[in-house]
Design a protein around this ligand. Structure first.
Ligand SMILES: *Cc1c(COP(=O)(O)O)cnc(C)c1O
Length: 381
């Protein structure tokens, strides 16, 4: 079984050696900027590459402000603090996500609530979100109160799974109606657009990751994007130990964090950003090849919504059931082709097993069927 899929992937990558899921590509100015950075001695959290990166990612995404952070998880943590998420508040997110989304909620002492995803986008379902809020909450004094727990639902964190934008404009309208602060986890969707607008720009804030496995990398890094000046200022303040600017005095006006991206990482990232559009072009070509190939098989290739442009960070297919998925994972991995299942649902992990969750039919259906297949940029022509 699966010989056709395996030989297609081997032919595409022109090798029978190990094919990773996603490898970074350093084909531009990475070494040049890193050398420049070292020569300048500004390798830590102050330096021109950090500022340059912030300007460039803001202009690329169309956000007014960008704040570079040490990683995507710290960017999520700070974003939740910007939403005033505190001890015993609640935050709605999807059960089908990477664990960082939910860890950041717990860093604030808040509890996640898990709502279902749509099958086609694998991201938060607006109809499930609306249904949950209608059946379980009451708006009082411009706050959304959970009828069951009496706690305030302060924020909602949808995620654009594997780079495919979810139905974010509908989610935005629902959050506005219920006075819920919208934070987009766009960690995987740098370079993905929903109706011509970059993901991360629909909520009050958006979060991106530049970890080694993402579409562009800083080694480790992240950022917050927003068009709200006050939030941007506060985000920068929080990531820089909340130090009050002064020539020499050490004054800090709140508990801050050391979450700023180092200049060394930003140097790598500025070079990577110069090739982002080339990477996306190549990845969309690969996705087209996969799509054509899988049409003639019993497996479904996951595509972007018609109104979106996905970065196709990680390609994914749907097997027919869990047994077939496990057979595929076994076969592909034993043939040197790296393949992974989608994440275990968050409500099944020990630290979130007491969290409230809604009907998760689609999440469970996808959990059993989705696998990622090799997605590295192939060639740049
Ligand atoms: C990668 C990722 C993060 C975390 O980013 P790090 O930079 O690894 O901390 C958060 N959410 C999602 C959905 C991710 O894929």
């Amino acid at each position: 079984m699966f010989e056709d899929v395996i030989s297609f992937i081997q032919n595409t990558y022109k090798t029978k050696e190990f094919i990773p899921l996603h490898e970074p590509r350093f084909i531009g100015n990475e070494k040049k900027y890193l050398n420049e950075c070292i020569d300048s001695t500004f390798v830590s959290s102050a330096g021109k590459f950090v500022d340059e990166f912030e300007e460039k990612i803001a202009s690329y995404t169309g956000a007014k402000y960008a704040i570079a952070t040490s990683n995507g998880t710290s960017a999520l943590h700070v974003s939740l603090l910007l939403a005033n998420v505190e001890q015993n508040d609640e935050v709605i997110t999807q059960a089908l996500t990477f664990v960082a989304t939910c860890n950041a909620i717990r860093y604030c002492g808040a509890q996640p609530i898990f709502v279902d995803v749509d099958r086609d986008t694998m991201g938060l379902s607006p109809s499930a979100l609306k249904g949950f809020l209608e059946n379980n909450t009451t708006v009082k004094k411009q706050q959304c109160v959970n009828n069951k727990t009496g706690r305030v639902i302060k924020a909602c964190v949808p995620m654009h799974t594997f780079g495919h934008p979810c139905r974010i404009d509908e989610i935005k309208d629902i959050c506005n109606k219920y006075y819920i602060f919208l934070i987009e986890d766009a960690a995987e969707s740098v370079g993905s657009f929903y109706k011509d607008k970059h993901t991360g720009n629909f909520g009050q804030v958006g979060v991106m990751s530049f970890n080694g496995n993402k579409i562009i990398t800083a080694g480790g890094g992240g950022c917050i994007v927003t068009s709200d000046k006050r939030l941007a200022k506060k985000a920068k303040h929080l990531t820089m130990t909340a130090k009050v600017p002064h020539k020499w005095d050490f004054n800090h006006d709140m508990v801050g964090y050391n979450y700023r991206m180092p200049n060394l990482n930003a140097a790598l990232l500025v070079a990577q950003l110069e090739n982002l559009d080339n990477f996306i072009h190549s990845k969309r070509k690969l996705a087209n090849m996969y799509e054509d190939f899988f049409k003639a098989t019993d497996y479904t290739f996951v595509k972007e919504l018609a109104e979106c442009k996905s970065n196709y960070w990680l390609n994914s297919i749907l097997l027919q059931n869990k047994q077939q998925r496990d057979e595929f994972l076994n076969e592909a991995n034993s043939q040197n082709i790296m393949s992974r299942p989608i994440w275990t649902l968050m409500n099944k992990l020990p630290m979130f097993e007491y969290a409230q969750f809604d009907d998760l039919t689609n999440s469970e259906w996808l959990e059993e069927r989705v696998v990622n297949i090799p997605s590295s940029v192939i060639n740049m022509n």
